[in-house]
Design a protein around this ligand. Sequence first.
Ligand SMILES: CC(C)(COP(=O)(O)OP(=O)(O)OC[C@H]1O[C@@H](n2cnc3c(N)ncnc32)[C@H](O)[C@@H]1OP(=O)(O)O)[C@@H](O)C(=O)NCCC(=O)NCCS
Length: 154
Amino acid sequence: MMRRLTCDDLDALVEIETGNPFPAWSRDQLSRALADPELVVFGVVRGGELSGYAVVARLPFEAELQAMLVAERQRRHGLAAELMREVVAQASAWQSERLLLEVRADNAPAKALYRRFGCLEEGRRKGYYPPREAGAKREDAILMSLPLDDPHDE
Ligand SMILES: CC(C)(COP(=O)(O)OP(=O)(O)OC[C@H]1O[C@@H](n2cnc3c(N)ncnc32)[C@H](O)[C@@H]1OP(=O)(O)O)[C@@H](O)C(=O)NCCC(=O)NCCS
């Protein structure tokens, strides 16, 4: 089941995020995301458990995918693809011109997912992500975007 998450889902959201070896969002950030009227948090539930989530933000002309995570044991079953479909539908409903996102240069699964949805690589931000381990180098971000149909552009 796919649904929009609310403040009542905070504990489940924190649990899935902290189950990721490299959590990106703190409890506080997740709590603020759930309460922010400019953000939508989608969750996909399998077997009664929150198994994945995505955060999309409404910007003045564009939408930005700010988070996408599927629990490790639930991967490769199409859950991220389901979340992407919701995210793209939400951005289209906002009449956003493009969906923007950033992804670590070495994140092959995520890059493959986004490419499958038609996202194009637009650039690279050198050393954007802090190192994941002490002594490692900062990592580059790849900027991607998906042009969305303009309903007024017939
Ligand atoms: C990236 C991530 C969200 C994919 O979730 P998922 O539910 O396993 O993805 P899906 O099963 O929906 O796969 C959809 C498509 O993505 C691509 N894909 C997903 N995982 C892949 C992998 N390990 N290798 C290659 N391609 C992959 C494929 O094109 C796949 O389509 P296919 O199954 O028909 O080949 C998941 O690996 C994850 O949570 N990673 C850690 C967090 C993360 O990196 N988030 C993105 C931050 S920008």
